[in-house]
Design a protein. Structure first.
Length: 350
């Protein structure tokens, strides 16, 4: 997320919600939300950017600062430099994964750097470097790549000690301009076929997840979390979305299609800036009555799987409407990112 402000909102089943701007560690127009775990939020910030400038997913790594922040206690830690430097005439495309290593009582940030040669137009050749940051030791270390090359298509989802990404082997780039923002779309070369890979935070090893038989048709695949399980959102743009859940890690037969939700008939009613696809995003929250919280474009909706109905929650108003909109579920904790390991840095209290 490239944002011009971070906002917190408390959603209920009632029609009124409120949003308040958050006091986060750095404030300029080029801050991105990376991920959250146990009350800690990871943020990426483009330094020296008081004036509006272009920020994309392909940034010089030396110009980006990373922070781990707990808004509940208003404490943050600026991470040391990863040591991965950009090369001349190259662009660095990167994705994050952040989660909790229960075995070692540590929070870890995984950053995947894909370094592209700007002299090439096909984006078929790139160098991959992967670094893991430990909050406990306040240091980075390198880890091996998954099967030699990884081009992941989204930030990771953290589930039960593992990080999950979708992965493709190649990329073709398309540019869409919204003001000063460049959005890069990466396509699969073999239709809807893509891999889901996992990274075990405790063992720091890679794995591949077997997927269900989704059926026929063209769709976009996105990862999410439903309850405490990994979920897959299959978006048939402008039509409907299927949500699958994996109940048992690594067991193909444990995948279950939980529900199918139809897209609204009047999508223009739920406009956002910039214009995003006519599909749902993987924001899942199962409410006490079995209903599901979803995000459609920039609008929160409640889906009732019992009668296949959907209703809109009144949106909180924000002061900067022309910003990229992304939502995440946040659970408060008292974890202090500034404490050392000897001081009990990571004993979390949810």
């Amino acid at each position: 997320m490239q944002c011009q402000g971070l906002f917190s909102t408390f959603l209920t089943l009632h029609p009124i919600t409120e949003a308040s701007e958050m006091d986060y560690p750095m404030k300029n127009s080029l801050t991105r939300w990376c991920d959250t775990a146990h009350g800690l939020i990871c943020l990426a910030n483009k330094e020296n950017s008081d004036k509006p400038v272009r920020m994309t997913n392909k940034l010089p790594s030396s110009g980006v600062s990373l922070y781990i922040w707990n808004p509940s206690i208003r404490k943050s830690r600026k991470l040391p430099d990863s040591g991965v430097k950009s090369k001349w005439f190259c662009s660095t495309y990167f994705r994050y994964g952040f989660g909790y290593d229960e075995l070692h009582d540590d929070y870890k940030l995984v950053v995947i750097f894909n370094i592209f040669d700007d002299h090439r137009d096909d984006y078929a050749s790139f160098e991959t470097k992967i670094k893991v940051y430990s909050l406990k030791s306040d240091s980075w270390r390198s880890v091996e790549d998954f099967q030699g090359s990884s081009l992941v298509d989204c930030s990771a989802k953290f589930v039960k000690g593992k990080l999950y990404w979708t992965k493709s082997a190649r990329a073709r780039e398309h540019n869409s301009y919204y003001g000063c923002t460049i959005i890069h779309f990466y396509e699969y070369d073999d239709g809807n076929s893509c891999n889901i890979i996992s990274f075990d935070l405790a063992r720091e090893t890679w794995g591949k997840v077997e997927q269900p038989n989704y059926g026929k048709g063209e769709f976009d695949l996105m990862l999410g979390v439903l309850g405490s399980d990994l979920a897959v959102l299959c978006n048939y743009e402008g039509s409907h979305s299927d949500v699958w859940v994996m109940k048992d890690y690594g067991v193909k037969a444990s995948w279950t299609k939980m529900f199918t939700v139809s897209c609204p008939n009047d999508p223009g009613k739920y406009d956002c800036y910039p214009r995003c696809s006519l599909s749902f995003s993987p924001l899942f929250c199962q409410l006490y009555n079995g209903e599901i919280l979803l995000l459609y474009r920039s609008v929160f909706m409640i889906y009732n799987p019992k009668d296949d109905s959907i209703r809109v929650i009144r949106q909180p108003e924000v002061t900067k409407p022309k910003s990229c909109f992304q939502a995440a579920i946040y659970v408060e904790s008292l974890v202090n990112p500034l404490l050392t390991a000897d001081q009990g840095l990571v004993n979390h209290e949810d």
